[in-house]
Each structure stands twice: as structure tokens, then as C-alpha cells.
Design a binder for this molecule. Structure first.
Ligand code: P6P
Length: 322
């Protein structure tokens, strides 16, 4: 039998053990993996366990809350709290940050979208969970402002994608790896070591239904993409991004005349995925400048997003700027 690939836990132990500055980071990532297993099971059995459909709540984003959103929120808040390493967290579904502990042992901050693509749950289309992880700058008491950090200060980013298989993608400085959930052992096994965005681009992703609201520069950039590439648009950012990461491509959710800041959230969608993209040789942009240089002013602020192959992102920026 071929050697069994390393589990996520063993990979983290080997990769992070020598780095004193990363003390406790493996515990945070292992906690996310534990939460992902629970959300994965909830997703697979949603129709069987009364987890389809929506609650009667509207979240801070003004969006109706799916039952699986609630499962994802409570699950990831619990596992991150239980990790004993996270001082505070912010979640797309929760208006306020969750303060856990100012103790120095709780060195990390987590920002996350627990279930990205909720509208796809009821039709069995791929969804995901997205996390950005920061190290606290010091041991001072954590406030809401503590979580307003530019994406370039992330120390790791993680996303889980619940699709035809469940894959956890981990980005550390200069490296991106994918771990596939083995349903029998419930281990995440290393299946995609050293992911780099391919030079070749196969497709572009944008909601063409918004075309009549785009600014002229965006319309010109999408016309360029439309002439060159095939269109693929799942409606789940994690699914579209994961395809671009593995196959090469570009995803856009631009601002438009109705929503100048676009739809996606800076802190727990654009920044974590831009961190993954950059560690894999790609880029994440607002359409004008590097996403991870944006200084957040509010936890739930939105941003236009252009992400994927660095060369094509740069071309889009140049057309928009022209
Ligand atoms: P639209 C899902 O609701 C989401 O936040 C992203 O996962 C996805 O890329 C986007 O919204 C889809 O938005 O407006 O095209 O349906």
C-alpha cells in the first residue's frame, strides 16, 4: 500500500515546530479543521437533518440567515474558543467581535466567514468556510479596533471547500497546501503540496448579470476577459477561487453604480483569499490596488475584488485605470 500522506496535524507539527514565533498557531489551524469536519457533516446531511432552508433572522449584512450559517457560526466560535489560543474573533454573521481572553497565551485573532455561498446549500452546490489569522501585536487588552488589521499582517489563511470532496487549503508565508478529508479516518490528508497558481488561465468568473451597472473601466476589462476565456461562475466565492488556484483563472466581484464597494467583505473574504493567492504566486486587488494594503475602518466593510493570476489581475487594473 502506498505510503499514507501526512495528516494536517502531523504536517503542522513538523512545519511549525521549529518556529518559536508560531507557537500555538497549529492549535488554531487544528481547531478550524475540527470545525470543518462538523460543518462538512452538517452540509452533507442538511436535507436529512432539517438543516436546509432559512431561519427567521437577518444578519448584520442584511442577509437572511440559513440554518447552516447558524451551525457554522456556533461551531467555529466554539472550536476557536476551545483552542485556548485565540484572544478574539470576528465573524461575518455576528455584528460584534467575540472577546475571549487578553491572556498572552491567546496570541491569535481570527476573522472568518463560517459558510460562504449559503444560497447554494439548498441546491447541493459547493460552499465553503474562510479564515484569516493574525498574531496580536502586544498583550494589551483586545478591543474592536484590535481586529482592524490590514491583510498583509495575516500570519496564515485557511479555507475549507465542501464540494465533490472536502479540501482544507492552508496558506503560510510563501507556501500553500491542500488537505483532503478522508471520510473513513476523518483525517485531513496532504494531497496538494506546494500549490502555485498555473501561468495559463482557463477561465474568468464574474456575475455578467450585473454588467449594466459596471463602471466603463470594469466593462472594458470584462470585455477583454470575455474575448479570451470561458466563463465559469458558481456563485460561491470559495468554489470559483479554488478552481482558479488549481487551474489558473481570475475572479471579479467589482463595485458598480449601485454598490460602489461591491458585495464581498474585506476582512473575512477578500483578505484571507488574497493572502492565499499571493502565497501561491497570484494577486488580490480592489481593481485599483493591492487588497492586503487596505486599512480596514469597519469590521464588516465591503470591497471590490479582483483575484487570481497576477498578470491578468495587473491587466485588469491597467484597463480600469486607463
Ligand atoms: P451574486 C455568496 O453569497 C457570495 O458572498 C460569494 O460566495 C459569491 O461569490 C457571491 O456572493 C455571489 O454573489 O451577487 O453573484 O449572487
Amino acid at each position: 500500500m502506498a505510503d499514507r500522506p501526512p495528516t494536517l496535524s502531523r504536517f503542522l507539527a513538523e512545519r511549525l515546530a521549529a518556529d518559536a514565533n508560531s507557537e500555538g498557531l497549529a492549535d488554531v489551524i487544528d481547531a478550524i479543521a475540527r470545525g470543518a469536519r462538523i460543518v462538512e457533516a452538517g452540509t452533507r446531511q442538511a436535507a436529512l437533518g432539517g438543516m436546509l432552508g432559512y431561519t427567521d433572522e437577518i444578519n448584520v449584512q442584511g442577509e437572511i440567515v440559513a440554518r447552516l450559517d447558524t451551525l457554522g457560526t456556533t461551531t467555529f466560535v466554539d472550536v476557536l474558543r476551545e483552542s485556548g489560543r485565540v484572544g478574539a474573533l470576528a465573524c461575518e454573521e455576528l455584528e460584534e467581535m467575540v472577546h475571549i481572553s487578553d491572556d498572552a497565551s491567546h496570541r491569535y485573532l481570527a476573522v472568518f466567514d463560517p459558510v460562504d455561498g449559503s444560497s447554494n446549500i439548498d441546491v447541493a452546490v459547493t460552499i465553503g468556510s474562510i479564515f484569516g489569522i493574525y498574531r496580536r501585536r502586544d498583550d494589551s487588552p483586545i478591543t474592536a479596533e484590535t481586529l482592524l488589521r490590514p491583510g498583509r499582517e495575516q500570519v496564515a489563511a485557511v479555507y475549507a471547500i465542501y464540494g465533490s470532496s472536502t479540501v482544507l487549503v492552508l496558506a503560510l508565508p510563501g507556501e500553500v497546501h491542500g488537505f483532503t478529508l478522508d471520510p473513513e479516518s476523518a483525517d485531513f490528508l496532504l494531497t496538494h503540496e506546494g500549490i502555485r497558481i498555473p501561468e495559463s488561465v482557463s477561465c474568468y468568473s464574474v456575475n455578467e448579470g450585473n454588467a449594466d451597472r459596471w463602471e466603463p473601466g470594469v466593462a472594458r476589462a470584462v470585455s477583454m476577459l470575455r474575448e479570451r476565456y470561458s466563463l465559469r461562475y458558481v456563485g460561491s466565492l470559495v468554489a470559483d477561487f479554488h478552481r482558479d488556484l488549481l487551474k489558473g483563472g481570475i475572479f471579479l466581484y467589482p463595485g458598480d453604480v449601485k454598490n460602489p464597494k461591491g458585495k464581498l467583505r474585506l476582512s473575512y473574504e477578500a483578505n484571507p483569499l488574497s493572502y492565499v493567492a499571493e502565497q501561491a504566486g497570484g494577486a488580490g486587488s480592489t481593481g485599483e490596488s493591492r487588497i492586503m494594503d487596505v486599512m480596514p475602518e469597519a469590521l464588516h466593510q465591503r470591497t471590490p475584488l479582483v483575484i487570481g493570476n497576477a498578470d491578468v489581475v495587473a491587466e485588469v487594473e491597467a484597463i480600469i485605470a486607463d
